[in-house]
Design a protein around this ligand. Structure first.
Ligand code: PLP
Length: 354
């Protein structure tokens, strides 16, 4: 498939706000392509960033047939620009597409289009420390008609936003609230797919958690509300004794690429890794006894996010002394070192843009 390029006449000024916020500014260009049943994907194009024009009956607005991805481009010390495991994001997009009865994309084509997009917008990949270019591919159902069925037409877009460090004052532990009323996903549902619909239903709990001064919500399983699943937009990990323990991918947990990367780094260091059911009772008792000595979240935005406190049944549980744990910071340093090119990429995770 050809990739049409439409150049902008008026490149924007780079944001002067420091530190850069997350997801507020967008680059000069975006990628789009359309799908029509029977024809497949067509009209791939890179064009100036701007609004979409969609009919109000467009299916995505009514039935939430929408999926997305999130990844980052990093600028290394020599000025070169790199993507972290981008094929895995397009593979996961295709898995999400299957769950939502949406069309799969050609991973090689999308990757080459993404590289072209990033290189056209390369001045937007920040130079400031710990900042990166956040990349958001998403796919929407575009049939114009009410009535629930799989759309016959779709659009894939990629937009990009220069974003600052997730941590405004250095890496600091967060407080997460264990949600007892709402659930995010159940087995057989869409929890394993990265779809916007999963988030719509999660907002009530995160707004409530904010009132308890929590930064994020920790979700329990949707059936027994006994087992820990994941955090709002991160997977969760525990240091229990000398092991790294994380909830297994049960179908209702999102298979994070950061999660997979951290498990592989820890295994390569000889740390025993367990993917299994983790009950909230085990964690509450373990934090009290000190057996659970570190808790952290993993996700593209923050990479590794230390959890200093859990809020559960109206009580605050402090993990260790509430500060960032040794293993947590070692994992953070290793993975961000690979991403920023200051540590060897021994797993072959980085892809050069140019
Ligand atoms: C995207 C996401 C994650 C993290 O996935 P990464 O690939 O590591 O960024 C975790 N949980 C949910 C619900 C997500 O949407």
């Amino acid at each position: 498939m050809d990739l049409e390029i439409i150049k902008t006449d008026c490149p924007k000024d780079l944001p002067s706000e420091h530190p850069l916020p997350f997801g507020k500014y967008f680059t000069d260009y975006m990628f789009e392509m359309d799908y029509t049943a029977g024809t497949g994907w067509h009209d791939a194009r890179i064009l100036p960033y701007g609004p979409l024009s969609l009919d109000p009956s467009c299916m995505v607005f009514h039935y939430a047939q929408e999926i997305f991805e999130g990844l980052k481009a990093y600028r290394h010390g020599d000025g070169s620009v790199w993507l972290f495991r981008p094929e895995d994001n397009f593979k996961r997009l295709n898995n999400s597409a299957l769950r939502m009865s949406m069309p799969e994309v050609d991973i090689d084509f999308c990757l080459s289009a993404l590289k072209k997009l990033v290189s056209m917008d390369s001045r937007w990949v920040p130079e400031e420390e710990n900042a990166s270019l956040y990349i958001r591919p998403f796919m929407i159902a575009t049939d114009c008609a009410l009535g629930v069925h799989a759309s016959a037409t779709y659009r894939l877009c990629i937009i990009m936003s220069p974003s600052g460090s997730y941590y405004k004052n250095g890496i600091t532990p967060i407080r997460i609230g264990i949600e007892e009323r709402d659930v995010r996903a159940v087995r057989g549902g869409t929890g394993g797919a990265k779809c916007g619909g999963n988030y719509g239903g999660s907002i009530r709990a995160s707004e409530k958690a904010k009132l308890d001064r929590c930064d994020q919500v920790l979700w329990l399983d949707g059936v027994e509300r006994k087992y820990i699943e994941e955090v709002g937009s991160m997977n969760i990990m525990f240091k229990i004794g000398d092991k790294l323990v994380t909830p297994e991918l049960s179908g209702s947990v999102l298979p994070g690429i950061t999660r997979d990367s951290i498990l592989r780094i820890a295994s390569s260091w000889g740390i025993p890794v367990e993917e299994r059911k983790v009950s909230v009772d085990e964690i509450v008792a373990g934090i009290a006894s000190g057996h659970v000595s570190e808790v952290w979240g993993t996700g593209t935005a923050a990479v590794v996010s230390p959890v200093g406190e859990l809020f559960y049944e109206g009580k605050v549980l402090t993990v260790g002394d509430g500060s960032i744990g040794q293993l947590t910071s070692r994992l953070y340093d290793e993975l961000t070192g690979i991403q920023w090119g200051t540590k060897p990429d021994s797993f072959g995770w980085m892809t050069a843009v140019k």
